[in-house]
Design a protein around this ligand. Structure first.
Ligand code: BGC
Length: 373
């Protein structure tokens, strides 16, 4: 593929990258060219599958959801054992819990990479609801069984410290993680029977209350409970999960801090102290900010985010995980490059977020045109 010239070309290239890297099992690899990213993460997978739903590729999303559902079912004994283990007095061990990532064949990653991260399970519930809403309204029996297991799992683990969405800070509780849980629970509630719906609603209400109790004394949502800083993943509280209203003053203050502390032009960093590959600007985060702008009616700003992303494509059209021209700490680029090679590119999640933002903007513009007819 030659240099990508415009939005339409990037739409079709992104679709090609994603579908071309979906394993026959249904799993999506995080990046086909970056050695450490040959796993399928539940987190990345949710947004990748969601992008497929947005462009009408329901079958791809369905295969992915089924793959996750089977993984959840295969390791369901973990959930049965967990309550007992947690009161046993033994030190908590990562392998008591569901994993953050799996091989494309559904095996656990047994390396010492932090693996206890719960956001992906909440996100998966949200994805199932997205699919039901857009593709097919009927909750399949096998999926319903796994949804029930996840609900039980989240009831047990939601308040335990676990690694954040960047696989860091394992000893903390992260509002962005809780956004995925509450968002998933809220979305799936409509598709559950009365008893499960009650439990799901009760848990999402409890999480929401906890989120408000954890607001920083300066009035913003913190990176983790008790932290003095922010993180761009806090945008998830509003987009896509809708747990906190976009115009809630706490959210507005949080976004203001993201804009002033970690946004340069359209590019958004993860958090002010990030040093992973120096801590550059992430494509996915620029897209989430674009979605937030769209939500509050700042359409031009949302379009600017999309254009900034387009400009970050490599010569072959690939979107990387992050761009390194404006990093927090340039001395940290080389150590990561010698350990793992150049920044992951293409990253499927980056392409997915381009597709999602582009789709939302098109829907907005179509609706606007209609209202003028
Ligand atoms: C990121 C995770 C992501 C994984 C695979 C990690 O570097 O911190 O958020 O799930 O890469 O893309």
């Amino acid at each position: 593929m030659d240099q990508i010239q415009n939005i339409d070309e990037m739409v079709s290239f992104s679709k090609q990258i994603i579908l071309g890297n979906q394993h026959p099992s249904g799993a999506y690899v995080a990046s086909p060219t970056f050695s450490q990213y040959s796993y399928s993460w539940l987190r990345d997978g949710t947004y990748i599958a969601s992008s497929m739903i947005s462009i009408g590729e329901c079958e791809s999303a369905s295969k992915y959801i089924t793959w996750v559902s089977e993984v959840i079912y295969a390791y369901r004994e973990k959930v049965d054992r967990l309550p007992q283990l947690l009161v046993s007095g033994e030190p908590i061990h990562n392998n008591w819990f569901y994993s953050a990532r799996y091989t494309v064949n559904g095996d656990e990653d047994v390396s010492d990479w932090p693996n206890f991260q719960i956001d992906g399970y909440g996100s998966w519930l949200w994805l199932v609801a997205q699919y039901l809403h857009t593709c097919n309204n009927e909750l399949r029996e096998d999926w319903a069984g796994s949804v029930k297991i996840v609900l039980r799992y989240l009831e047990i683990v939601w308040k335990l410290p676990n690694s954040d969405c960047w696989e860091e800070f394992p000893d903390q509780i992260h509002p962005a993680t809780l956004a995925c849980l509450a968002g998933g629970l809220i979305a799936i509630t409509d598709y559950l029977d009365e008893d499960l719906a009650k439990r799901s609603k009760a848990l999402s209400d409890e999480i929401k209350g906890f989120l408000y109790d954890s607001v920083h004394n300066e009035g913003f949502f913190p990176k983790y409970i008790g932290s003095n800083t922010i993180d761009a993943s806090l945008l998830w509280l509003t987009v896509p999960y809708g747990v906190i209203d976009a115009k809630d003053p706490v959210m507005t203050r949080t976004v203001k801090k993201i804009e002033t502390e970690i946004k340069i032009e359209g590019g958004v960093k993860r958090y002010p102290q990030d040093t992973y590959y120096g801590g550059g600007r992430w494509i996915i985060l620029s897209a989430y900010l674009g979605l937030y702008y769209l939500k509050i009616g700042k359409v031009k700003k949302a379009e600017e985010q999309l254009m900034w992303i387009l400009q970050q494509a490599g010569d072959g059209g690939e979107l990387p995980e992050q761009v390194l021209d404006q990093v927090n700490d340039s001395s940290m680029i080389e150590p990561w490059e010698s350990q793992w090679g150049r920044v992951a590119s293409p990253l499927l999640w980056s392409h997915a977020m381009f597709l999602i933002l582009e789709h939302e903007l098109s829907v907005y513009n179509q609706q606007k045109e209609k209202s003028h007819e």
